[in-house]
Design a protein around this ligand. Sequence first.
Ligand SMILES: Cc1cc2nc3c(=O)[nH]c(=O)nc-3n(C[C@H](O)[C@H](O)[C@H](O)COP(=O)(O)OP(=O)(O)OC[C@H]3O[C@@H](n4cnc5c(N)ncnc54)[C@H](O)[C@@H]3O)c2cc1C
Ligand code: HEM
Length: 385
Amino acid sequence: MSSDSQLLKESLALIEPVYDKVTGYFYARLFVENPHIRSMFPLAMDVQRDRLFRALVNVIQAVERPEQVVPMLQQLARDHRKFEVKPEHYDAVGRAMIGAIKEYSYGEWTDELEAAWWRTFGVAARTMIDAAAADTDTPAFWDAEVVSIDRRAPDIAVLHIQPDQPYPFEAGQYTTVEAPHHPRVWRQYSMANAPRRDGQLELHVRSLGAGWVSGALVRKTRVGEILRLGPPMGTMVLDRESKRDVVCVAGGTGLAPMKAILDELRRWNTTRKAHLFFGVRKASDLYDLPAMQELASRYPWLTVVPAVSEDFDYTGEHANLPDVIARNGSWYSHDVFAAGSPDMIKATVAKFRELRVPPERIRFDSYGELDRRGTHRHELDRFTH
Ligand SMILES: Cc1cc2nc3c(=O)[nH]c(=O)nc-3n(C[C@H](O)[C@H](O)[C@H](O)COP(=O)(O)OP(=O)(O)OC[C@H]3O[C@@H](n4cnc5c(N)ncnc54)[C@H](O)[C@@H]3O)c2cc1C
Ligand code: HEM
């Protein structure tokens, strides 16, 4: 570990107990010193749900591993074009971030530490500024018309949307969505299809309790409305060179990217076998099972295993996903894909590790925070596993 990296690690350990205060100070300072930046952020800013500060700290920490972090920063930079971020904003964000850490480092701050923070932030900022400048052939965002909404359960909807311009993506990736009901609030949703000739995208959305965007998409959105999309993100995509069989594990609407991956496989695969494990709590949550079973009936290389964990009337496989996976085969020579809630991802990845699947063959998207320190841990984990 380089000396900068060691210094930053110690610096972060020092502020850990007062992390929420540091975050509050970061935003207050950013907006007081740069009032014009405030309008780029959501109207309601809940410190617990802050995105930028935690993400910044996670990313900056990882800058020393360029082979993993540079592709992520490049994707982030393309994504930041939708916020209308300009090169001059980076200095403002750097000053607020480093100022906030300094404020709560009490007597432990030194010139050497400040220089280490600026060097590391500078590398990340330069990478993002250059990547955004190089991204000249795609729009900063897309407007997509809602073509259909199919409510499959009280809290689950399948939407088809039509972007106004070609939306280039790979099966397994996700988009970010801003709904008209909540300006400047963006959430991630995975495409549930491989790219289609007509350009349509399928999204599967589960509304979560008081969830802003998911609630709006499932309950308020109407056909004809326009959603705004950021560029495609994520690296959970098929390796076309691989000859290995595939195992896909979906928890709830984690089915979306798995459906896309299987849709992609269907277009050219003749040799690779695929298993889909689709786990839900209640049988009524198996919202897209008929489509998956229909696919399996047409393609003999595909096996679909639904699993229900909390519904005692269900007559099929009745268990948690990791147990069902372990019972159904040995997976150490497979390429593994998984998406779903953080708990489901943690348990599933642990099970595959226990079954001796090499970590670099396990790709996953967690639909929420994997730990307290970072909305975007899923990104870092995906790049580091
Ligand atoms: C890479 C990625 C891909 C995703 N793909 C999909 C997808 O295809 N389909 C889909 O339905 N969702 C997907 N999600 C989740 C989605 O982005 C949102 O996080 C989710 O819809 C909640 O957003 P919201 O604005 O409705 O809730 P928020 O307003 O963000 O949260 C409202 C309340 O719900 C709680 N909450 C938030 N998330 C969770 C959670 N996971 N479990 C329990 N409580 C929670 C919060 O603590 C808060 O109290 C994906 C997430 C990621 C990171
Ligand atoms: C090295 C520099 C930066 C890094 C690593 C970084 C990283 C991130 C990440 C990972 C997110 C979370 C995205 C999400 O949850 O979907 C985010 C959100 C955001 N970033 Fe950046 N960012 C940087 C610089 C900037 C700058 C200079 C601006 C301009 C002011 C900016 C504006 C935003 C905004 C508006 C959001 C959304 C916040 C929200 O939804 O609450 N970022 N950033």
